[in-house]
Design a protein around this ligand. Structure first.
Ligand code: MG
Length: 379
């Protein structure tokens, strides 16, 4: 049964009850506030760079693999399906999904780990917090304010995790990490849509790269159940179509479970508003226990067999080294960085810690190919 779009549940993020932007702005004539957030994100420089950033495979390894951009689009697509089915705010869920990885470094998690280690004595580096920093501070586009001046609800969704130390400095946005409360449902959806998207597209990319075999994948219940169903219907199907049929069935299975299970949870909780959702101790948007177990098992399987595969590690080890070299080089010679980064790092009042944060911002903003070119240039 298709539900009508446009009509929101009482516990959805309603714009009229939103907590607003950091800098007040007049309303737009034809667009809602979350729609404007989404549009600002799509027009941002950081968003365009996602096309050249690694998800798992380094950008130049092949044209068919996911990049952070296509990953973000898949997250948005899954998240919108769930939001629409639950009568939640699709514009908001889309804005959060498209922005969730804006702070990612080049070279995926390897890049983030390396940069975090480099920043050890200067407060560390968290990609989630960096995504917020990109939309709050680093995008320089508007005359009247720094960043994109997004709404509270979009920023709340972008900040999925945060250490207690950093949360204390974030005011209202950081409060829920200290009091262990939840964000709105749209933020919760974008969060789990992220995991559903990468679990599935990494199976696809890992299989295409020849790093995961059908036999290995069939050890995973979530995969094998769909394999058996597809194989029974199409016994002659060649691998490429077989894998895709399995993946689309897996996504459908997990997303349907998420919608059904969350619907049941919402019926028993009967929240009246987004504040009732925020007051919860535990997330409301959750998979059923049975599917959650299989989903998590697949996640762990990918972590062991794909993300830590020798071939992937070879690349990630190289990437870590490149990040370390770049960080050290810019710290000792900030003049190697471009324009405003060089200026901020060499300003009269810039101490070592300020300089390190500027260098981290510069390195984190790089695409894979720019980081590789820079590494060759400064070496
Ligand atoms: Mg992601």
């Amino acid at each position: 049964m298709t539900k009508p779009s446009g009509e929101l549940a009482p516990y959805a993020a309603h714009e009229a009850q939103g907590k607003g932007r950091r800098y007040q702005e007049p309303a737009a004539s034809y667009r809602g506030e979350y729609q404007r957030d989404r549009d600002r994100i799509v027009h941002s420089t950081a968003f365009r760079r996602l096309v050249y950033k690694t998800q798992v495979f380094v950008n130049h390894e092949g044209d068919l693999y996911r990049t952070r951009l296509t990953h973000s689009l898949e997250v948005a697509q899954i998240a919108r399906t769930v939001a629409r089915a639950l009568l939640l705010n699709e514009d908001l869920v889309e804005a959060i999904s498209l922005a969730h990885d804006l702070g990612h470094t080049p070279f995926g998690h390897a890049g983030q780990d390396a940069l975090n280690a480099c920043m050890g004595e200067f407060g560390g580096f968290e990609h989630n917090l960096q995504s917020l920093r990109v939309v709050d501070e680093l995008e320089a586009k508007y005359a009247d304010f720094p960043g994109l001046n997004l709404t509270f609800e979009t920023r709340e969704g972008i900040l999925k995790h945060c250490s207690a130390r950093n949360a204390q400095e974030l005011g209202e946005l950081g409060e829920r990490f200290l009091s262990r409360r939840q964000p709105g449902l749209e933020a919760q959806i974008a969060n789990i849509a992220d995991a559903i998207a990468y679990n599935n597209h990494d199976v696809d990319d890992g299989f295409r790269a020849g790093l995961l075999s059908l036999d290995e994948l069939r050890q995973q219940a979530l995969f094998d159940e769909q394999y058996l169903a597809v194989h029974a219907r199409y016994p002659q199907l060649e691998d490429r179509r077989l894998i895709y049929e399995i993946i689309r069935s897996m996504i459908n299975k997990v997303v349907t479970d998420l919608i059904d299970n969350t619907t049941r949870r919402l019926e028993s909780l009967a929240p009246d508003s987004i504040e009732d959702i925020r007051a919860q101790r535990n997330p409301v948007v959750v998979l059923s226990d049975a599917v959650y177990k299989k989903h998590t098992a697949l996640k762990q399987f990918l972590s062991k067999h794909l993300y830590r595969h020798d071939k992937v590690r070879e690349m990630t080890d190289k990437a870590k080294l490149m990040i370390e070299v770049l960080f050290e080089r810019y710290m000792s010679d900030p003049g190697q960085m471009s324009g405003e980064f060089c200026l901020s790092a060499t300003a009269d009042d810039a101490n070592e810690s300020t300089k390190a944060r500027v260098v981290a911002d510069y390195v984190a903003g790089m695409t894979d190919r720019f980081a590789i070119a820079e590494h060759d240039r400064v070496n």
